[in-house]
Design a protein around this ligand. Structure first.
Ligand code: SF4
Length: 368
């Protein structure tokens, strides 16, 4: 697995701070104040000169860190790789609080919140050119003012960047239309989950009465604000039979969305606890997903499949499957050795349970 936390020693201050690590590919043109200069490198040990002392990092080569933006926690002697320069998968986890308790949540909510927005703000302006940064939680929009301010200030300073904000869309109201319009320059994509057209089924999945109605209201606000919306639907045993009906609803009632992502389940958090009740094996039965894609595509909706190994998808639908699993939590199985489709396939989550997963996998499926 790609390490996201590194052991760091030598900081001369106690409170957390952000630095950008220099290297051959580092862009150091924005603010030298925040740059850390590589002064020593040997195997998996390296040292950087910073304005907060000489930082000694271990467990990773300096060549793998060039241009990374690190959040250093001197008390815990840990560096969090907030932005990895060579990766397209970077996100700020802005809070672990949430007001829903989704049955498949990969990151179950916690009560406490540590406010790191000022550090995220500093990190964002140090990002490599053209990077897309995820904003995730918990529910980021529980801290709506801070998120809007982070987006507004960063994009003013760095118009080359983009953001992908994951939100349950329970917290938008008419007063947000103005700031959404200000941000509606194609640089912010709002990823919003919708699990069924029936409010009772959606509310049961997110385990929050009234969530569907609030979501519909928020989608209206986002649309009036000119926001780019990526609707996201995790396929479960509970909602798969209603997927075609949801496709009709999306294409008729929500024609303003930019994309509809139909997603496979992740076996972690509540997704792991409830796996046997929820996992829908599309390698056995793709029909409801295929029908939903047909309806949506027929009405002009831009559809994508996320987290689907290519060999679990019928050949005629494989073009919709995006390699969506983040590099740091992605793996391939023995079945993938020698697979001709591997370069286009996102593979599996690191925590995919082979004994309780897809029943049909591998090269024979690709060649069938
Ligand atoms: S066998 Fe090929 S298509 Fe199937 S998961 Fe592995 S790489 Fe992807």
């Amino acid at each position: 697995m790609i390490p996201l936390r590194i052991q760091v020693e030598g900081a001369t201050r106690e409170d957390p701070f952000v630095v950008r690590l220099s290297g051959a590919t580092a862009d150091t043109t924005i603010s030298g104040l925040w740059d850390a200069l590589l002064v020593h490198s040997e195997d998996e040990k390296c040292a950087y000169q910073t304005r907060h002392g000489e930082l000694r990092l271990s467990g990773i080569r300096s060549s793998d860190l060039a241009g990374d933006v690190l959040l250093v926690d001197p008390t815990r002697k840990v560096g969090h790789r907030l932005l990895r320069a060579e990766s397209p998968h970077n996100a700020f986890l802005v809070t672990e609080r949430c007001d829903q308790i989704c049955t498949m949540c990969s990151q179950p909510p916690k009560r406490y919140h540590v406010d790191l927005f000022p550090l995220f703000q500093q990190a964002a302006v140090l990002a490599p050119k053209g990077m897309t940064i995820g904003i995730t939680g918990g529910e980021p929009m529980l801290f709506k003012d801070q998120v809007f301010e982070l987006l507004r200030r960063t994009l003013a300073a760095r118009p080359d960047l983009s953001f992908h904000v994951l939100t349950n869309a329970q917290h938008f109201d008419e007063t947000d239309v103005g700031i959404l319009r200000e941000l509606s320059n194609g640089k912010v994509l709002w990823g919003v989950p919708l699990y069924a057209r029936e409010s009772s089924l959606h509310d049961a999945i997110v385990r929050k009465p009234g969530a569907f109605d609030k979501l519909m209201n928020s989608l209206g606000v986002l649309a009036r604000g000119g926001a780019l919306i990526e609707l996201r639907t995790v396929v479960l045993k509970t909602n798969a039979p209603a997927l075609e009906s949801l496709a009709e609803y999306v294409s008729v009632q929500l024609p303003f969305i930019s994309k509809w992502a139909i997603m496979q389940l992740e076996n972690i958090g509540f997704g792991r606890m409830n796996w046997d009740k929820l996992f829908f094996d599309n390698s056995e039965c793709f029909a409801p997903i295929g029908a939903a894609i047909d309806v949506a595509r027929g009405r002009g909706v831009n559809v994508a499949l996320y987290n689907f190994p290519l060999c679990t998808v019928p050949e005629s639908y494989r073009a919709f499957a995006a390699p969506s699993i983040s590099d740091w939590k992605q793996r391939y199985l023995r079945e993938c050795d020698g697979c001709v489709s591997r370069k286009d396939c996102g593979g599996f989550f690191t925590w995919y349970p082979e004994a309780r997963g897809f029943s049909r996998l591998g090269l024979e499926q690709i060649e069938a």
